[in-house]
Design a protein around this ligand. Structure first.
Ligand code: NAD
Length: 285
């Protein structure tokens, strides 16, 4: 059985990653800065990832790391704190993995590395699209993408950074958030009406763990369609994206945030669609 450390294990996405990997037979060790449950958790380490020594100890003996332990935005913190929570913590994870001999890592980058979608010269956005982070959050993610390339080159590590669209957690509040952006069509334009269920993020992490691809890669990650009944090109017209041409060949799956690369390289595809996600979960989930 492989031992995998999941950072951010108490977060909206981390919980789904722990659940999916656990069901797939991995021994999962959760790491987060939040307190453990009162009943005690043997497979959990409370740790702030800015503590480099602690990260080394937490990763020792693991076969892989899934790093999702950072805030999903920088809006409630100063620039220095945001950089430390995103870039320094991410560096600590890469460096600790190197120190303890872990070769395979998946981590959370963000759609924000592309910046303002209205300024993209072409849609859909692919991994080759221009990068223009609007602030320290996206800039820290981009810095880690660069660091991942170097760690892979220097130390023979295999590191996948997922440029995540808006994540919908598998919780009542996650479903309420999805309902809000579905009901108010104008709200989703910042992510080109793309989205992804946290359980699909988890299967992408699993796909990377189980692949034999070497080196560092970045992958866009989103569901295969927009979260509206209206077609993507109509949304673009309606919300002022008229000058952005759509490359028809890549737009055929309905999304404006292309996931062709991960589908081709890892055979991954999203299982959850916004219509089914809005329904209350079944007993199996
Ligand atoms: N939510 C989104 O829509 C979205 C979109 C793109 C990328 N991401 C990325 O996905 C990752 C997870 O996001 P999420 O939405 O699950 O956020 P979340 O806030 O629900 O979960 C993050 C978890 O990480 C923990 N954490 C944060 N800083 C830490 C630190 N220094 N040490 C230890 N634990 C720490 C938090 O306590 C929390 O439990 C983040 O890296 C985020 O940037 C999220």
């Amino acid at each position: 059985m492989k031992r995998i450390v999941v950072t951010g294990s108490k977060g909206g996405t981390g919980r789904s990653i722990v659940s999916v990997l656990g069901k797939a037979g991995y021994e999962v060790i959760g790491v987060d800065r939040l307190a453990p449950e009162p009943y005690g958790e043997s497979d959990y380490i409370q740790l702030d990832l800015r503590d480099a020594t602690g990260v080394n100890d937490a990763l020792a003996g693991a076969d892989g790391v899934i790093h999702f332990g950072s805030p999903p935005a920088d809006c409630n913190m100063g620039t220095t704190e945001a950089f430390s929570m995103l870039a320094v913590a991410g560096f600590n994870v890469f460096q600790a993995a190197r120190n303890v001999g872990i070769k395979r890592i998946a981590w959370a980058s963000s759609i924000e590395v592309y910046g303002d979608m209205e300024k993209q010269p072409q849609l859909p956005v692919t991994e080759e699209s221009p990068l223009c982070p609007p602030g320290i959050y996206g800039s820290s993610k981009l810095l880690l993408e660069r660091l991942a390339l170097d760690y892979a080159r220097w130390y023979g590590m295999s590191i996948a950074g997922f440029r995540l669209s808006r994540i919908i957690y598998n919780t009542p509040s996650g479903r309420a958030k999805l309902k809000r952006i579905v009901d108010d069509e104008g709200l989703g334009g910042d992510c080109l009406w793309s989205y992804i269920d946290a359980r699909d993020v988890a299967t992408a992490c699993q796909a990377w763990l189980e692949s034999d691809h070497q080196g560092a890669e970045v992958f866009n990650l989103a569901a295969a369609n927009v979260h509206q009944d209206v077609a993507a090109n109509i949304l673009l017209d309606k919300y002022g994206y008229r000058t952005t041409p759509i490359r028809e060949s890549k737009a055929s799956d309905g999304t404006l945030f292309s996931t062709g690369k991960i589908r081709e390289m890892l055979g991954w595809q999203a299982r959850y669609d916004w219509r089914t996600m809005l329904k209350p979960p079944s007993n199996q989930e």
